[in-house]
Design a protein around this ligand. Structure first.
Ligand code: ADP
Ligand code: MG
Length: 341
């Protein structure tokens, strides 16, 4: 188990990592999700021992890591740019970390790692003769080869096109499960985070804003930043006790009097009570759908839903007292779709 306690890393007067508390259980895959500049790489480098924390603790299996040098920490890191040696072969690249630590059976470990990533047979190939996807696999194999207790991957698919990313993400995920590997997976891509992780931890400006299962984040993002980052539309609502003024007109609701921001969260359980709109357009945005629904009066609404919305079906919105709005698809339409499928 990795335990970060109140970890802070400053560069001069700016704070790159701000009082982060985070736990990673053995065998758990945690995705560290945040936009560029949110402190993801700095946090990984501190865990690896490449960056000295300004304050706070890094504990591994209840042992304080602060005095443990980089090469003695039982961690493996895959860098964003892979950091491969172009003049060395595939096998020599994978062997590199093992040779540094003076491991036995280097050849065996190399062969096993290359098998795990599906590169057996390419041992003698120079790095310069590999595709981007193959280079990614070599970097991954090199990280696996020393059998680190914790693997940290810094945007491991960042440089690749979408199709390849999807395939390699599945392959890496399989390897993690097969090895029962403890992983911190850094990404700025929420779909990638949701696909790979048991727990998603969201960073904003160096602070850990929310950490939870993909489903927990999806159903209850804690802040407007998290909601927006996950792709949910956020709207202004003014409530006066009985009604709420929304972009689609006044709705009955029980929000406290005052101004609110509400994220439109897909619910897909039942159609909302407060407002319904008819679906006039839809587009698939990877893992879910964006629908345009036209209420009887007022502006069309843009919402995200889990299931493919039928043109002409209804989408409902209800606004919860906690300030979240939930978006529901009519259940009848879903049933019809299943029957037709
Ligand atoms: P991310 O990986 O999420 O894109 P980083 O951890 O690279 O974010 O950076 C977090 C913040 O720390 C940024 O504001 C960045 O400019 C700053 N930073 C990172 N490395 C250094 C450094 N060596 N010196 C000064 N500032 C740095
Ligand atoms: Mg980074």
């Amino acid at each position: 188990m990795l335990r970060l306690g109140d970890l802070t890393i400053r560069y001069g007067t700016s704070v790159a990592v701000d009082s982060v508390d985070l736990q990673v259980a053995t065998g758990e895959v945690v995705a560290l999700l945040g936009p560029s500049g949110s402190g993801k790489t700095t946090l990984l480098r501190a865990i690896a021992g490449l960056e000295r924390p300004s304050s706070g603790t890094i504990m591994w299996r209840d042992a304080d890591m602060s005095a443990v040098p980089v090469h003695r920490r039982p961690f493996g890191m895959m860098f964003q740019d892979y950091a491969l040696f172009p003049h060395l072969s595939v096998a020599r690249n994978v062997a590199f970390g093992l040779e540094v630590t003076g491991a036995d059976d280097v050849g065996e470990h190399v062969a096993e790692s290359l098998r795990l990533v599906g590169l057996d047979g390419l041992e003698d190939r120079p790095i310069t003769e590999l595709s981007g996807g193959e280079q990614q696999r070599v970097a991954f194999a090199r990280t696996l080869a020393t059998r680190p207790e914790l693997i940290m991957l810094d945007e491991p698919l960042g440089a690749l096109d979408r199709e390849l990313r999807t395939r390699l993400l599945g392959e890496m995920s399989d390897v993690f499960r097969r090895l029962g590997q403890t992983v911190i997976y850094v990404t700025h891509d929420q779909e990638e985070a949701f696909a790979v992780a048991d727990t998603v931890a969201v960073l904003e400006d160096g602070r850990l804003i929310q950490s939870g299962s993909p489903d927990a984040l999806w159903t209850a993002p804690k802040t407007e930043f998290v909601a927006r980052f996950l792709g949910f539309p956020v709207v202004d609502i003014t409530a006066d006790g009985a009604h709420a003024e929304t972009p689609w007109g006044a709705l009955p609701c029980t929000l406290p009097t005052g101004r609110h921001r509400a994220a439109l969260l897909p619910d897909a359980i039942a159609i909302g009570d407060d407002l319904a709109g008819t679906v006039v357009a839809r587009s698939f945005v990877g893992g879910r759908w964006r629908a345009t629904a036209q209420p009887q009066s007022g502006t069309a609404l843009e919402v995200m839903v889990r299931n493919r919305p039928e043109i002409g079906s209804d989408i409902g919105i209800s606004i919860d007292p906690d300030g979240w709005a939930s978006v529901g698809q009519s259940r009848d339409d879903d049933t019809t779709e299943e029957v037709q499928a």
